[in-house]
Design a protein around this ligand. Sequence first.
Ligand code: 5RP
Length: 294
Amino acid sequence: MADLDGQKVSKDYHTEVPFSNQNGFFLRGCNSLDWGMKKHMSNIFNPKSGNTVMFAFDHGYFMGSTAGLERLDLLLPKLAPYVDCFMGTRGAIRTCVPPEVTKSVALRVTSGSSMLQEDLSHEVVAVNIEDAIRMNADCMAVQTFIGADGQLSSLENLNQVINAGMRYSIPTMGVCAVGKDMARTDRFFKLATRIIAEMGVQVVKTYDCENFEEVVAACPVPIVVAGGKKLPEDEALKMAYGVMQKGAHGVDMGRNIFQSQHPIEMAMAVGKIVHEGFTDKEALEFFKDAIHQG
Ligand code: 5RP
């Protein structure tokens, strides 16, 4: 049994020191990837800003029809100009994203749970690598439960997808899931994001938390941040600005865009923060002006 009692709680994050080993490529931890991987990463992350606005609409894979996502066929084409990457299931993407839309794709490849269950931590790899290739996926998203009942099987899923992705140069995004008994502390997110990164993913998706800059500093691949439950727009923009200031490479935002009364304007305002360095206050002004101009 590992001796965990005496484990040092390290404080040497050097949050002010930029990521090292970046020679020649704009994304942390991607320097040693091959051309195909780098190309996919450059499709997801804008090489100019280094960041991405992912739009998450995969909620139906366990929630069914969700408020704001009832008509993906109507919403997705309208949002396309204002986001960098569509994150969804193969069912939603094939049916509702016109192939002429040239945005990058983060394909959710795990499933197996539904809102009708109490424990959502047991999933399987549902999409094989051949279908990810057919869909021209730029990365494959795997739900990963650290510290939950389903930890072993979700790490098995994660490694299965990473191994397949390495064979065909398709990045994997580990989605740091918060199990029902886990608290959203920086201690949990430092543990979970680092375990996920050490498995060999190319991107980690996680949540904002206290000392988020330390979570970023200790994670050797780019982090994108989920929006979480719907907040008033000013608070969601503040969260987005905060995580970008602390080193995130973008957001993977769902409800705070699609449940806004003004999803297009909200996606545009988030993009101003992520790509153009707007503060949350400037982005809020932009959001209001954009609504006014209709
Ligand atoms: C669920 C997911 C969702 O895509 C994620 O939660 C992002 O959506 P939101 O911003 O609504 O939280 O990965 O596991």
